[in-house]
Design a protein around this ligand. Structure first.
Ligand SMILES: [Zn+2]
Length: 98
């Protein structure tokens, strides 16, 4: 589906899926913690934050180091950033392409 995406071409799709997966997994204890205990709430929050940090800190340009997820979150609207990210065909900063 996203074969032409720069994320896929630079083999960072799995990292992005791992980050999203952690965020989803973290929602379980987070929601459970709302009803049961603060400890579960904090554990869930930590897992969600870890996933978000991996996505923001790791996925980026191999050439100039620009963090694409962070750039997408900063420059695109809430309902557009993921499409913008997955549609990247070259680095918006240095023009790197595969
Ligand atoms: Zn770049």
């Amino acid at each position: 589906m996203f074969d032409q995406s720069l994320i896929t071409k630079t083999k960072q799709g799995k990292t992005l899926i791992l980050a999203a997966g952690l965020m989803l997994v973290g929602l379980g204890p987070f929601i459970y913690g709302f009803r049961e205990s603060v400890a579960w709430l904090l554990i869930g929050m930590a897992i969600v934050l870890l996933g978000a940090l991996i996505g923001i800190a790791v996925v980026g340009c191999p050439s100039c180091g620009t963090r694409w997820v962070w750039m997408a979150l900063k420059t695109q609207s809430v309902n557009q950033w993921l499409f913008w990210l997955m549609a990247l065909s070259k680095c918006p900063r240095c023009g790197y392409t595969v």
